[in-house]
Design a protein. Structure first.
Length: 140
């Protein structure tokens, strides 16, 4: 009798999403995401929403995309986990991030601790309302 083999079950790859909002503190947030991903056996995806003000064309960011990409690739190269970067040119940070995240995912939002609600705090609150598991990482 031939041995019966069970089909290999493909488990979806776990992903830790990092929302990049500002370069200062990005390294700290990336280290937090990397540590969490390493512990979970996951990969890190960095989502960068470059907000373009309305007087400018959507394809004309104030900071060149290549500069942002080079800075983040340098930081990602130092991480011990697989890290990918996705850059979006948009008008609204919150709406863009809400559209690109998969349902019910792990998200890290980096920011600075303030006594008033920052845009990062408001983004984290909106993502929690959408059902995501959000960690607000302070880089102060």
């Amino acid at each position: 009798m031939a041995p019966v083999s069970t089909p290999e079950v493909q488990t979806p790859e776990l992903e830790v999403n990092l929302v990049y909002t500002r370069l200062p503190g990005a390294a700290t947030s990336l280290n937090v995401a990397s540590g969490l991903a390493r512990g979970l056996g996951a990969r890190v995806t960095v989502h960068v929403a470059l907000v373009i003000p309305y007087p400018l064309e959507l394809k004309s960011p104030q900071v060149p995309v290549q500069f942002t990409e080079q800075q983040l690739l340098a930081m990602a190269g130092e991480q011990p986990v697989d890290t990918s970067i996705r850059i979006y040119l948009c008008r609204d940070l919150t709406e863009t991030i809400r559209r690109v995240l998969k349902p019910d995912c792990v998200v890290i939002v980096g920011g600075r601790k303030r006594w008033w609600p920052t845009r990062e705090y408001r983004l984290a609150a909106a993502l929690r309302r959408d059902g995501h598991h959000v960690i607000l990482s302070y880089a102060d």
